[in-house]
Design a binder for this molecule. Sequence first.
Ligand SMILES: *[C@@H]1O[C@H](CO)[C@@H](O)[C@H](O)[C@H]1NC(C)=O
Ligand SMILES: *[C@@H]1O[C@H](CO)[C@@H](O)[C@H](O)[C@H]1NC(C)=O
Ligand SMILES: *[C@@H]1O[C@H](CO)[C@@H](O)[C@H](O)[C@H]1NC(C)=O
Ligand SMILES: *[C@@H]1O[C@H](CO)[C@@H](O)[C@H](O)[C@H]1NC(C)=O
Ligand SMILES: *[C@@H]1O[C@H](CO)[C@@H](O)[C@H](O)[C@H]1NC(C)=O
Ligand SMILES: *[C@@H]1O[C@H](CO)[C@@H](O)[C@H](O)[C@H]1NC(C)=O
Ligand SMILES: *[C@@H]1O[C@H](CO)[C@@H](O)[C@H](O)[C@H]1NC(C)=O
Ligand SMILES: *[C@@H]1O[C@H](CO)[C@@H](O)[C@H](O)[C@H]1NC(C)=O
Ligand SMILES: *[C@@H]1O[C@H](CO)[C@@H](O)[C@H](O)[C@H]1NC(C)=O
Ligand SMILES: *[C@@H]1O[C@H](CO)[C@@H](O)[C@H](O)[C@H]1NC(C)=O
Length: 278
Amino acid sequence: MAGNACSAATSGFFSFLLLLLPCLLSSQVHADHASKLNTTQTRILKRIFHTIQLYTSPYEFLNTTAVNPCAWRGVGCYSSYTSDGVVVNELDFSNLGIAFNNSTALSSFFSLICSLDTLWFLNLSRNHLTSIPGAFFSSCTGISTLNLSQNSLSGKIPSQFSNLIYLSYLHLNGNNLSGSIPSTLTIMNYLRDLQLGDNKLSGTIPIMPPSIRALNLSYNSFRGHILSSSFDNSFLEILDLSHSNFSGSVPNSLTCLNFLFFLDLSYNNLSGELPIFW
Ligand SMILES: *[C@@H]1O[C@H](CO)[C@@H](O)[C@H](O)[C@H]1NC(C)=O
Ligand SMILES: *[C@@H]1O[C@H](CO)[C@@H](O)[C@H](O)[C@H]1NC(C)=O
Ligand SMILES: *[C@@H]1O[C@H](CO)[C@@H](O)[C@H](O)[C@H]1NC(C)=O
Ligand SMILES: *[C@@H]1O[C@H](CO)[C@@H](O)[C@H](O)[C@H]1NC(C)=O
Ligand SMILES: *[C@@H]1O[C@H](CO)[C@@H](O)[C@H](O)[C@H]1NC(C)=O
Ligand SMILES: *[C@@H]1O[C@H](CO)[C@@H](O)[C@H](O)[C@H]1NC(C)=O
Ligand SMILES: *[C@@H]1O[C@H](CO)[C@@H](O)[C@H](O)[C@H]1NC(C)=O
Ligand SMILES: *[C@@H]1O[C@H](CO)[C@@H](O)[C@H](O)[C@H]1NC(C)=O
Ligand SMILES: *[C@@H]1O[C@H](CO)[C@@H](O)[C@H](O)[C@H]1NC(C)=O
Ligand SMILES: *[C@@H]1O[C@H](CO)[C@@H](O)[C@H](O)[C@H]1NC(C)=O
């Protein structure tokens, strides 16, 4: 079996090139010398900040006195060559204690955010969000980095994540997510960094897309085997499967991951011989 244990993967190089493309189309704007933000987006941001102020407890003061919203906390703007003027591309609302007592309010918060159709970075880490509304997956389709780590998300990982075709960094670690990882992730051609550690996930690892570079599934409740097919086509660099109750043997195919420099398989229930990595 050793002869065909490693299948050649070639497609990953091209997706790497594609990942670079969006960076060439814009230039970041510094708030102090920025021309004024697009009026539609200014109106949307005012409503978003108002919502955060309502649902943040203990009350967190968000200074919205600056005329240009690009100067407000957590707002990143850029000057696009493909649309008029300055628009928002980054929102970092991490660690604000945002908690919705009402699912309508939660849905309208996400819907406001997604109406900024130029957004590609969203950091909502370290809040108290309990769910991701379904509409998010049909309206936030430009997102490339999504950080919802350290929230209170529960239930299964929505399979509709695969609708977010540009998603490259998906951080959902530190929640209460359960069930298996949706197999639809396999078709996410830009997915590069998937952090699902510290949840209650089980089942088997689906086939990872060739674009994947970092995968963290530590501190979960997987009971099954580590399948060799999960990583067949990949250029993984970092793989953390520790503290996750995996059983069975360590597949030989892990030695085919030529770019792997970090591997943690500790605190599982693995048996048999360790394949030779060097
Ligand atoms: C939910 O929170 C809002 C804003 O903080 C508050 O006005 C409202 O009374 C709360 N509703 C319930 C049902 O707790
Ligand atoms: C709010 O921002 C304005 C202008 O950016 C600044 O002059 C003011 O001191 C800030 N207020 C507080 C309470 O930080
Ligand atoms: C997102 O927020 C977390 C928590 O505040 C922070 O540690 C992290 O650096 C942020 N990510 C980025 C890319 O700014
Ligand atoms: C939930 O929030 C919405 C929108 O903020 C509000 O209109 C509605 O009255 C709230 N419902 C309850 C039960 O608090
Ligand atoms: C503002 O930006 C949006 C993109 O989010 C664009 O659709 C709209 O035409 C712009 N409006 C103005 C007044 O520049
Ligand atoms: C997401 O937030 C965590 C902190 O909760 C931070 O360690 C991580 O770097 C963040 N990742 C991104 C891509 O923002
Ligand atoms: C997960 O759920 C348990 C109860 O089922 C709760 O005690 C715990 O605080 C939750 N953890 C997070 C991170 O939401
Ligand atoms: C993987 O995730 C766990 C839990 O979120 C974290 O403690 C650990 O440092 C992560 N591993 C790597 C290699 O980043
Ligand atoms: C690990 O799996 C075994 C069954 O194989 C189960 O009895 C045990 O509770 C699991 N441990 C954890 C921490 O999930
Ligand atoms: C480890 O796996 C063996 C079967 O290979 C099983 O009998 C045992 O219960 C497992 N132990 C734990 C702690 O999950």
